[in-house]
Write a protein that binds this ligand. Structure first.
Ligand code: HEM
Length: 436
């Protein structure tokens, strides 16, 4: 009996050896830790409770990260979500060399920004659309944008001379006006005021439960979208009749040059203009607000920044607006911007849908799950950033790949990244050279 069993056991051991060795190297192979809660409901209630609390929805992630470590699994709105926070996973998922991950089509987002938005396009169409939109964000467009933005900031800061301001509210107004100018050449007037209210309603609806009943936040967001589409229809038809046709703005760029098969339809133009406003206004305004908070708490950094910016101001002719070239003199300010973005992590995680079962860092990930790169955790990881809660712009003398995720990475990197940085730099310059 033993003589029959021994060869069988040896053969089985040889066959299993590679697997055993693999499991030794990846001792945790299996699903990531974490609780998916009761069927269907999962941890949705806890997620909504965090989203409606003063701590904000990231608290849901923070608590589980402390409980389970760098990787955890949960279930929200009936779907499995894995949160992960290593630079290795960020690279694998965001560069997506294996083609196993994609941005998910979310019906409620499509209803709000429009299903022709690049946020909702299939991967192939996304590439085309992105290339088309990206061509507008050249250094030429940026150079003229900087002048307009600088003018806007000077006027706004002059209006603050007396009294107190709520910075986030002001920053939201500034960024909306800047984007309307750049995208549509819209400046002061009723249209801007209407857009301001409507854009805020869409942003709120994006975070709300997608229930389309009168009085719900989602329904108000859909109505706001219709109002914005109406305004865009009017601007587009004015352009076709030659009104404002000379404006070298984003709309002009989208309408003008592309005849034939690659021409963008009006629906694509409208949905993507709305997408830019939604993606760029709130994020940049929050980043500016956080940056001012960090500076006010770190006098040494503020002093060093002032020295650099006053030097630049003294070189510039009186009354001249900032130029693209001036950014070359803002080396320390650029680090202040980057450090603010790291500490604030305005977009706290980057979600992707898993297209095939796969293994990442020893964990099994199933097709249909959502993987979320927890950018905030990466930004605050003491193994990546020394003393991560200290506001220290000079830490960016050196940087590790995939450790700075404020604008994402790979094929879905933020389209407005350079514009956002430009807005933050101009704001910084005028703030520290105007106010004590
Ligand atoms: C400080 C300000 C900003 C931050 C922190 C920010 C952050 C981000 C991040 C993290 C992503 C990638 C999301 C992902 O990979 O899932 C993204 C994408 C995007 N951002 Fe920004 N953004 C900012 C400003 C802007 C501005 C000013 C614009 C427009 C002018 C803009 C337009 C977009 C668009 C269109 C996308 C989608 C790109 C695509 O899917 O191909 N963003 N942004």
């Amino acid at each position: 009996m033993f003589s029959v069993l021994l060869p069988l056991l040896l053969t089985a051991a040889l066959l299993l050896l590679p697997r055993l060795l693999h499991n030794r190297r990846h001792p945790t192979a299996g699903a990531p830790p974490g609780s998916c809660g009761p069927p269907l409901i999962g941890e949705t209630i806890q997620f909504l409770a965090a989203a409606n609390s003063t701590s904000g929805f990231y608290d849901f992630v923070r608590i589980r990260r402390l409980r389970h470590g760098k990787w955890f699994k949960t279930s929200v709105f009936g779907e499995t979500h894995v949160f992960l926070s290593s630079t290795e996973s960020a690279r694998a998922i965001l560069t997506n060399g294996s083609g196993k991950f994609t941005k998910k089509y979310i019906k409620s987002i499509a209803a709000l920004v429009g299903d022709r938005s690049l946020l909702c396009a299939s991967p192939q169409h996304h590439r085309l659309l992105r290339a088309r939109l990206l061509s507008f964000f050249s250094s030429n467009s940026l150079a003229s944008f900087i002048k307009h933005f600088d003018h806007l900031i000077i006027t706004t800061l002059n209006s603050w001379q007396d009294g107190t301001v709520v910075l986030l509210d002001e920053a939201l107004k500034i960024t909306l006006r800047a984007m309307c100018k750049m995208l549509l050449s819209l400046e002061e007037g009723d249209e801007i005021v209407q857009l301001e209210g409507a854009v805020a309603q869409i942003c709120e609806a994006m975070l709300a439960f997608p229930l389309n009943l009168p009085t719900t936040r989602f329904c108000k967001g859909l109505q706001a979208r219709q109002r914005i589409t109406g305004t865009l229809d009017k601007v587009i038809s004015d352009r076709r009749r030659g009104i404002g046709a000379k404006q070298e703005d984003f709309l002009h760029h989208l309408m003008a040059c592309h005849a034939g098969l690659n021409r963008l339809t009006d629906a694509e133009i409208k949905d993507n203009i709305l997408t830019m406003i939604i993606a760029g206004q709130d994020t940049t305004a929050s980043a500016i607000t956080w940056m001012v908070k960090y500076l006010s708490e770190n006098q040494e950094v503020l002093e060093k920044l002032k020295v650099e910016q006053l030097q630049l101001a003294n070189k510039t002719p009186k009354g001249a607006l900032l130029t693209f070239e001036d950014f070359n003199e803002m080396l320390y300010a650029s680090k202040v911007v980057k450090e603010s973005l790291r500490m604030a992590s305005v977009v706290p995680w980057l979600p992707r849908l898993v297209l095939q079962d796969c293994e990442l860092e020893g964990y099994m990930i199933k097709k249909g799950w959502n993987v979320n790169i927890d950018a905030r955790s990466v930004h605050l990881d003491p193994n990546i950033y020394d003393d991560p809660h200290r506001f220290d712009p000079s830490r960016f003398e050196v940087s590790r790949p995939y450790s700075f995720l404020a604008f994402g990475m790979g094929g879905r990197t933020c389209l407005g990244m350079n514009m956002a940085k430009a807005m933050m730099l101009v704001f910084l310059h005028r703030l520290v050279t105007t106010y004590k």
